[in-house]
Design a protein around this ligand. Structure first.
Ligand code: FES
Length: 144
């Protein structure tokens, strides 16, 4: 079962999927007044503006963080994610393969492993969260 938590300031809701987090630290470094990993709860919705929160969440490399505006028109208030007509892939020099756009990865037993706006797939073979990149490529200077 996926561990998912929501945090809101009444205007925007930030969704955190713990199982998808690769602990890159981007959110903590990018917006330290809102993302405090040693606190509980660790996301301080009053620590930043809605625009700052949205901008930082959009930079989450794993898709573990996402957000939606509370006043959006659909029933849950989530923003509609446009369905891309094509998929964009990016090979990171000496790093992962990034897939942009919502995807679903199904494991050999038919269980959905992940869906989200961005997915980082391991190319080096060292990740402990395969098929996802967990940053292990940096530890041995992967070249590829
Ligand atoms: S490419 Fe990042 S852990 Fe393998």
């Amino acid at each position: 079962m996926s561990k998912e938590k929501e945090y809101t300031n009444g205007e925007i809701t930030v969704v955190w999927k713990a199982d998808a987090c690769v602990h890159s630290g981007n959110c903590v470094r990018g917006l330290p007044k809102a993302f405090k990993p040693n606190d509980s709860p660790w996301i301080h919705m009053d620590g930043a503006s809605t625009e700052e929160l949205k901008a930082q969440v959009d930079k989450c490399p794993s898709g573990a963080l996402s957000c939606y505006m509370n006043d959006a028109s659909d029933s849950r208030g989530k923003e509609e994610t446009p369905v891309p007509k094509s998929c964009k892939l990016e090979l990171v020099n000496n790093g992962p393969l990034i897939i942009y756009g919502p995807i679903e990865i199904t494991g050999k037993h038919g269980v959905e492993l992940k869906s989200g706006p961005k997915t980082f797939l391991c190319r080096c073979g060292a990740s402990s969260k395969k098929p996802y990149c967990d940053g292990a490529h940096k530890k041995f200077d992967f070249e590829g």
